[in-house]
Design a protein around this ligand. Structure first.
Ligand code: FAD
Ligand code: FES
Ligand code: FES
Length: 501
């Protein structure tokens, strides 16, 4: 490594902070409250679920990310914020006067307990800032899915967002000086070495590969949304981290006619913006992925690499024939997504390998892509079952209902998210009908091995699998006579596996 920095640079409410030593491993919310005395930011769940700790963050890296956007400060380590500018609720009213959003929340009676209020103020500020004067109630509700209020209720808060005096609301932007400072520091690699742990943030991919070779135990972090929760819960966490946040090429997302390629640091929010027109169904599905606060930090590569069989992106990526590019030393290899997983949360990566990019096919309108997520509540919940279907029909005349290509994938149905290849092979060349879909459904049921857990029994999951497929087929068919009569999974015990033998 050439030049090195030993402290992370973070700007908070326009004041530069150099974070070295153990403070680098503190969560931002703790740092604000206990090191800076900025107690307006509250900590309630400490798991990214309630939004009380919401602050605004702008980063000099990434697509359009110089604008401020909301994040959860309770699950992000200070060292990860190196190169970022943060605004807390105190920063909205530096001269002691309410900002127009604070004024509207007070006027509309949007606050009772006070714990959740600063988070709502920050979320409404970002919402107003990112939307034009045509903002409607539904858009506000979508924006507030990461903020929980258990007493006032949402109506006064939504009203407040709609009533903000936009003429007085200044657009928050990083100052030229802040940008100059942050751009300069983020060109230089960062190493923080304390008794508590080590934090590496190399400025180039080559350095990252060299560090991973030397310290294969270093835990890679993209946004560490999962890790932050684990740390707060006191679970055993590694003490050596390798963060990719300074590497410019990992922020690239490229959407071409046939393919999307996305670097390891591209957030889900950036990806959603990039794919909104090209892949509207995927963009729509991302609306129910976590909250705006999480999506502004979390990455697609992180969702793939955490290996969870209910990761929301997996069924989509499987039907889109995704693959990952992996770097080891100076060489790279490409691994198909279906070959990346060896078992429950086990990846076929070597300890010194780094995923740099994920690539996937850009499905076309004629592929009829549909994505589904079933969870106990609509927003900010983990899926019980998720699914992706994409059927392409032979184009013309009498062949219009003949299936040329069928792609079917599910998550939450076993240790891995899967493609249902036997059902896909059966469907190829068949004409869409109730009987054909019922037969395909039998093959799907044979391919899955759901478990019972807190989110649902195995039998319930089988019913969900069947119903999602039925729904897709009937939506495609469009006629009311379509009755696939899919298998009704036995209630209670999961006996289907035996029937498939
Ligand atoms: C409140 C909350 C809500 C959530 N909601 C959802 C949801 O609705 N749907 C969903 O699917 N998930 C959800 N998650 C889980 C999580 O946010 C996602 O999985 C997210 O995409 C992870 O991205 P990340 O960048 O934070 O990954 P990280 O936490 O940084 O990484 C995840 C794993 O991948 C490894 N890793 C990271 N980068 C690389 C790399 N480049 N190469 C190799 N390995 C790497 C890490 O070491 C780690 O083991 C939620 C989490 C929280 C806290
Ligand atoms: S304290 Fe609840 S999301 Fe951070
Ligand atoms: S005002 Fe705090 S929980 Fe509703």
């Amino acid at each position: 490594m050439g030049q090195l920095r030993k402290a992370a640079t973070v700007v908070i409410n326009d004041v530069r902070h150099e974070i070295a030593g153990d403070e680098a491993f503190m969560m931002l919310a703790d740092y604000l409250r206990y090191s800076c005395g900025l107690v307006g930011t509250k900590i309630v769940c400490a798991e990214g679920d309630c939004g009380a700790c919401t602050v605004l963050r702008a980063s000099v890296k990434g697509l359009g990310s110089e604008d401020y956007e909301v994040i959860n400060s309770c699950i992000v380590m200070m060292a990860q914020l190196d190169g970022c500018s943060i605004i807390t609720v105190e920063g909205l009213a530096p001269r002691g006067q309410f900002s127009p959003v604070q004024e509207a929340v007070a006027r509309c009676h949007g606050s009772q307990c006070g714990y959740c209020t600063p988070g709502f103020v920050m979320a409404i500020t970002a919402c107003v800032q990112r939307s034009g004067p045509g903002l409607d109630a539904q858009s506000v509700k979508n924006y507030l899915t990461g903020n929980l209020c258990r007493c006032t209720g949402y109506a006064p808060l939504v009203e407040a967002a709609l009533q903000v005096n936009r003429e007085k609301q200044e657009i928050l932007k990083t100052s030229l000086e802040t940008r100059r400072v942050l751009k300069a520091v983020s060109k230089v690699s960062l190493v923080i070495d304390t008794e508590k742990g080590r934090f590496f943030a190399p400025a180039t991919l080559a350095e990252a590969a060299a560090i991973k070779r030397r310290y294969p135990e270093a835990r890679l972090i993209s946004a560490a949304t999962d890790l932050g929760v684990e740390m707060n819960k006191g679970k055993a966490v590694p003490n050596c981290f390798l963060s990719l946040h300074l590497i410019p090429e990992l922020y690239r997302v490229r959407v071409t006619q046939g393919q999307v390629s996305c670097g390891a640091r591209v957030t889900l929010a950036q990806l959603r913006r990039a794919c909104e027109t090209a892949l509207p169904e995927w963009a729509r599905n991302l609306n129910i992925f976590a909250s705006p606060q999480i999506k502004n930090m979390a990455t697609l590569v992180g969702n793939i690499a955490n290996g969870s069989p209910i990761g929301d992106s997996l069924p989509f990526l499987l039907v889109s024939e995704a693959s990952v590019i992996v770097l080891r030393g100076r060489s790279t290899r490409e691994i198909e997504l279906s070959a990346l997983y060896r078992g429950y949360r086990q990846l076929s990566l070597k300890p010194d390998e780094i995923i740099t990019t994920v690539k996937f096919k850009r499905l076309e309108a004629r592929d009829h892509l549909r994505l589904y997520k079933v969870s106990q509540r609509r927003d900010l919940d983990i899926a019980t079952v998720n699914a992706a279907f994409a059927f392409r029909f032979k184009a013309t005349g009498a062949s219009a209902r003949v299936i040329a290509e069928a792609r079917i994938a599910y998550g939450g149905v076993g240790p891995l998210a899967i493609r249902c290849q036997a059902a896909e092979a059966y469907l190829r060349g068949q004409s869409l009908s109730s009987e054909v879909c019922a037969k395909a459904q039998e093959l799907i049921q044979c391919a899955i091995a759901p478990l019972s857990d807190l989110r649902g029994s195995a039998a319930y999951r089988r019913v969900l699998v069947a119903q999602l497929f039925e729904r897709y087929c009937s939506e495609l068919d469009g006629s009311s006579e379509f009755q696939p009569g899919a298998i009704r999974a036995a209630s209670g015990e999961d006996s289907h596996g035996e029937r498939c033998l």
